[in-house]
Design a binder for this molecule. Sequence first.
Ligand code: UDX
Length: 435
Amino acid sequence: MKISVIGCGYLGTVHAACMTELGHNVVGIDVDPEKIALLAPGTPPFYEPGLPEMLSRAMTTGRLRFSTEISNVRGSDVHFVAVGTPQLAGSDAADVSFVMAAVASLLPYLAPGNLVVGKSTVPVGTAGQLADIVTAHGSGATLAWNPEFLREGFAVKDTLAPDRLVYGLEESDGRGAAMLDAVYARAIAIGTPKVVTNFATAELVKVAANAFLATKISFINAMAEVAEATGADVTQLADAIGHDVRIGRRFLNAGLGFGGGCLPKDIRGFMARAKELGVDQALTFLAEVDQINNRRRERMVDLAREVVGGSLLGKRIAVLGLAFKPDSDDVRDSPALDVALRLVESGATVIATDPQAVATARRRYPDMTYVATPNEAAKDADAVLLLTEWHEYRELDPLAFGELVGTKAILDGRNCLDPVAWRSAGWTYRALGRP
Ligand code: UDX
């Protein structure tokens, strides 16, 4: 099929590359000329495992192009809208202006039988409005809502072999459903479950899924708070309750909590939309989920203060990890970067490192000190804070690493180190939710 993808961020770029891999003919559009200048020869503008290889494969097929010029969508059968919906400044609500603008920019190029497919995460009700706009324009195109559930770090796998496909369609739009089936033929052939529903349900599936995941993480972090007051170990507690298949062990890792470009802003946007709909009481618990999450960051800074003797002023702190999670260079609402900045505000000298996210962090906060490796960060440190559980940090040798620091004190913000190994190498080991 001929496909256009509007918006070449984490979602759109991966989607465009994967659609090409599936055999389609794809054009990716973005308003940012710098991004397109990188993408045009096949260089991803961000870090995502597996994407560079897939993009270069896709470029060699001659079936993938990138452009800033929207008129290049002319002739495509399916137009995916994959632009961002960031949190509005000074509000919890999501900013849908980029989605609105993307659909408006498509209108002049739509032809009869075309399908506009929303993938962005939007407040419930947006798809209906957009469908009206597309219909009123009179091109004969229709609109579908097809939320995306990809996780950074696993974006390629999640796009090619998703857990499920969700199609939000107008009741009579059998043609739209058939076109989406053709787009996703390979996923359907391997038995991927499919839910065909109305617009509102499709929009809600996405925010409900993210709200559930955020709640699960904050639940275990709330247990960590209780564990800290009682001498219990939250990691063992998570293992024990996780054996119950109704609960499950995944997404029960206590630590610094959730961040990134989705979970935090999606739960806030969901609450804001519920308020507009007069059902805010249904989601007041999400405010608590958000607060538990933010309290973990404060707790980490308090622990650091405690470990260095009561004041962070002038203390040298090594920060390992800046990305919001491993295998990503994304620092949007990153708990790790947030803690690093709070330490700086408290007067500490922070030496920060991350295998991939130094450049993205530096772009936002050029004044912090960044180094390339954990060994450089650790030199003469009064304490080491592990804030993102990169594989290479999990594998650090406590004996050799102990030779570098000024004081052997480590705070494990992700509960990913072995306390016994670190303590027996002479370290003071502290973690969130563990004795
Ligand atoms: C999330 C959803 O998982 C995905 O389905 C959706 O499409 C976009 O939002 P992503 O933002 O890539 O994906 O990250 P995810 O893997 O969900 O992790 C979110 C945050 O939660 C990270 O900061 C991670 O460190 C944290 N987390 C995750 C925990 O603190 N504990 C856990 O047990 C799991």
